[in-house]
Design a protein around this ligand. Structure first.
Ligand code: NAD
Length: 494
């Protein structure tokens, strides 16, 4: 399928293969299904891509296992794996406009941001893990007399990777980077809603020179392909990013089959706490980024905003102005100057509007936004609710849209209690000019990432993952290497 882009931001073509990528070749699904890809800015169908089923996952696992046992894994030196990852990163960078255009078309991401953050970030991530590929080392351990012990960090073999739709390329790079660097082979399932960049990547995987079967990409639905990966007896580890509900199903599938190791990056309802002594302009700027970045479709979104009494009025005034400014800059992702795009799908649009209705009927005050933008596509205006109560659905549940729930507080203790009153624990944000308080509160909040006087960004070298029901395990940084290797202890009698 070739898409011709004739937009203000990008004039050019993007060509993708719409099949399944198994053993280095494009194949049709055995049972022949397909899924429509929809442009969220228009609601119109762009193309259809193949949808695999369990039988295709079986073939992909076979190809991945063969590659692991014959050419990859312990057969391919770390430095060589790093070289291939670097080559892949170079090829993505060479085609960065095409990738960004596909991401904008498929997900509704703003083209310039997709280029800088999603695709640029994927390139950085692959290069980072390329650097680690020959630096994964064990330890020598002192033991009893005439004995020597050392450890090896060995790959699992075939790993399954299941990614969501909100950062398709970003999540693929977070997954394949450490998996390939440590010598695993991969069966990857993109989100059925946003498969285009993963399909584009497949051709570059061949061009970079990865042996056939090292990376296999099987597009399809969660309940078919995703479940087949989670239940597969010859997949030894599954890495998943998505909702807590699906994470639970994957953990259950693992428990009921071969006890595969599962790492989960799940949902969140992250607090953003602003104290009276915060730098208000910085706090407002970051809080807006925290909730409206990627149209609120971010797992670390600062969706519960706690404002101390003294700063409440002034913060809200400035925050509202930013929401209105974003609403005025809402539009086509390819138009330069656009700052706010559509939600990914009709389903997400309807879900978000449902939450907005529930906020109104539960007695929260709709401060700004709360309605659709335009007449086509899935646009929701940046929305702020005030007078939110901890028991309301909009305060408790992950909306995954541009909807902020604002709550007033009096004391530091109260803020910590309110912020920790959630089943999630992915991220938290604290704004205060008092360094002691900022650090104290960052430590008291139950979350895997804490941002102090800033919000919602990741660094490839810094671990990322959730407390509580936001996940198990860590991605990024050196930490991810541990989640893709198992430790063998070797004892030697001297
Ligand atoms: P989702 O759980 O519906 O889907 C994620 C992936 O899982 C998709 O590829 C889907 O096809 C697959 N899937 C669905 N059912 C499955 C099953 N039974 N077995 C195996 N796989 C299955 O989530 P989504 O709607 O695509 O993404 C949004 C969610 O992801 C949000 O909750 C968000 O917070 C979370 N998320 C978390 C992170 C993180 O790093 N913590 C990052 C991005 C998104």
């Amino acid at each position: 399928y070739t898409h011709k882009f004739d937009t203000a931001a990008y004039k050019g073509e993007a060509t993708i293969n719409t099949g399944l990528f198994i053993g280095g070749k494009w194949v049709d699904p055995i049972e022949g299904g397909s899924i429509e890809v929809v442009n969220p800015a228009t609601g119109k169908v762009v193309t259809s891509v193949a949808a695999g089923t369990k039988a295709d996952v079986d073939l992909a696992v076979e190809a991945a296992e063969k590659a692991y046992k014959t050419v990859w894994g312990l057969h391919y030196p770390g430095a060589g794996r790093g070289k291939l990852l670097n080559k892949l990163a170079d090829l993505i960078e060479k085609n960065i406009d095409e990738f960004a255009a596909l991401e904008a078309l498929d997900v509704g991401k703003i083209f310039a941001k997709a280029k800088a953050i999603d695709i640029g970030g994927a390139v950085t991530c692959l290069r980072y893990y390329a650097g680690w590929a020959d630096k994964v080392q064990g330890k020598t351990i002192e033991t009893t007399e005439n004995k020597l012990a050392y450890t090896r960090h060995e790959p699992y073999g075939v790993v399954g990777q299941i990614v969501p739709w909100n950062f398709p390329m970003g999540m693929v790079s977070w997954k394949i980077g450490p998996a390939l660097a440590t010598g695993n082979t991969v069966v990857l399932k993109p989100s059925e809603m946003t498969p285009l960049t993963a399909l584009k990547l497949a051709d570059l995987i061949n061009e970079a020179g990865f042996p056939p079967g090292v990376v296999n990409i099987v597009n399809g639905y969660g309940h078919t392909v995703g479940q087949a990966i989670s239940e597969h007896p010859r997949i030894h580890k599954v890495a998943f990013t998505g909702s807590t509900l699906t994470g639970r199903k994957i953990l259950k599938a693992s428990a009921e089959t071969n006890l595969k190791v599962v790492t989960l990056e799940l949902g969140g309802k992250s607090p953003l706490v602003v104290f009276d002594d915060a730098d208000i302009d910085q706090a407002v700027k970051w809080a807006s980024h925290g909730i409206f970045f990627n149209m609120g479709q971010a797992c670390t979104a600062g969706s519960r905003i706690f404002l101390q009494e003294g700063i409440y009025g002034a913060f809200l005034e400035k925050f509202t102005a930013i929401a209105q400014d974003l609403a005025a800059k809402t539009g086509d992702p390819f138009t330069p100057g656009t700052q706010h795009g559509p939600q990914v799908s009709q389903i997400q649009f309807d879900r978000i509007m449902g939450y907005i209705d529930s906020g109104k009927s539960d007695g929260a005050t709709l401060h700004v936004g709360g309605e659709r933008h335009g007449s086509e596509g899935f646009f929701v205006k940046p929305t702020i609710f005030t007078d939110c109560h901890p028991d309301m659905k909009i305060t408790k549940e992950e909306i995954f849209g541009p909807v902020a729930a604002v709550i007033k507080f009096k004391t530091e203790e109260e803020a910590i209690d309110l912020a920790n009153n959630t089943e999630y624990g992915l991220a938290c944000h604290v704004f205060s000019q008092n360094v002691n308080r900022a650090i104290r509160v960052a430590h008291a909040l139950e979350a895997g990432s804490a941002w102090v006087n800033c919000a919602q960004f990741t660094e490839i070298s810094v671990p990322f993952g959730g407390y509580k029901q936001s996940g198990i395990g860590r991605e990024l940084g050196e930490y991810a290497l541990d989640t893709y290797t198992q430790v063998k202890a070797v004892h030697i009698n001297i």
